[in-house]
Design a protein around this ligand. Structure first.
Ligand SMILES: [Fe+2]
Length: 304
């Protein structure tokens, strides 16, 4: 009888690397979740449910708590979530050829960057790279296209199920990653390096946020653990469902907070680790869409 065997090198590599998104074993995951539950100041801000959570959140800098409190009433309405799901699902929309606007952007971003599955950045004010697609592909009529406005420290990020970011650093900015819908996992790293020690792993649900400033928790990776329709995630993974998580991100430059500043680097660029080459690279931030356009597209979406 012939037995098919994997080459020894492949077997060893599989054992050494449990794979994306975090490249950790179940045992390491358990350890990192426990580690996160003991870190002060707390990686997660939310309404504390226990004395120890309250105490660990006391150590979060006041400027960050202020951002969290100001975001506390922000939410997506049920119809906005449902319309986003329609625009992410591969099945498309009634009466329009091709997929929804968000799926269309996911596919284009996946074509342009094969190092990790794409997520979508929506500028809460300002313009997005693919804003013009909303009229070009018929999600909006030409007279509905809004005028552009000024740049924004606030973005909405949309994470299709099983998609993830590279490890990246927010430099000296101060900010929050506030979960609005679905579920997100955030891994915190001690430094910007492929082999950097992992500090802890947390899950965010709506109403909770992760945070960062130049001194604390500036390096992380974000993953949406929801149902992507089967298969293991990886650099060229593409979700086969409409499931997603959404998060609201505020990044203040140092000179915009009351903290002492040396002025580098800002939210206009960030550094990350390429998932394939494992090298450190720079990325100039841009947005895929503006909220001005997306909100209009969602309003026009037939939910029937
Ligand atoms: Fe980030």
């Amino acid at each position: 009888m012939t037995t098919l065997q994997q080459p020894p090198s492949a077997t060893t590599a599989a054992l050494a690397d449990p794979g994306p998104p975090f490249h950790i074993t179940k045992e390491e995951e358990r350890r990192l979740r426990l580690a996160a539950a003991g870190i002060a100041p707390s990686l997660v801000i939310g309404q504390p449910a226990a004395f120890d959570e309250y105490v660990r959140q006391l150590m979060v800098p006041p400027v960050v708590m202020d951002l969290f409190r100001k975001a506390a009433d922000i939410h997506l309405s049920a119809w906005e979530v449902e319309a986003m799901r329609k625009h992410i699902a591969p099945t498309g929309l009634d009466g329009l050829p091709g997929p929804g606007l968000l799926r269309r952007i996911m596919m284009e971003k996946a074509r342009l960057d094969k190092t990790h599955p794409p997520y979508i950045r929506v500028a809460c004010t300002g313009r997005g790279t693919w804003d013009h697609w909303a009229t070009e592909f018929g999600y909006l009529s030409a007279d509905e296209e809004p005028p552009g406005d000024i740049g924004s420290p606030v973005v909405l990020e949309i994470w299709p199920a099983q998609h993830y970011s590279p490890i990246h650093s927010h430099g000296n900015t101060t900010g929050i990653i506030y979960c609005l819908a679905g579920q997100l996992e955030v891994m915190s790293y001690e430094a910007l390096d492929w082999n950097a020690p992992k500090r802890g792993l947390v899950t965010l649900t709506p109403g909770q946020c992760a945070w960062l400033d130049g001194d604390t928790y500036a390096v992380h990776k974000v993953f949406c653990p929801m149902d992507g329709g089967g298969g293991a995630t990886g650099p060229e993974y593409m979700s086969a469902t409409g499931e997603f998580a959404a998060s609201f991100h505020v990044y203040l430059n140092e000179w915009e907070t009351a903290l002492a500043a040396d002025g580098t680097p800002s939210r206009d660029e960030f550094e990350y680790i390429d998932e394939l080459t494992k090298e450190r690279k720079e990325f100039a931030t841009y947005s895929d869409l503006s909220w001005n356009v997306l909100r209009r597209v969602l309003t026009n979406t037939d939910l029937g």
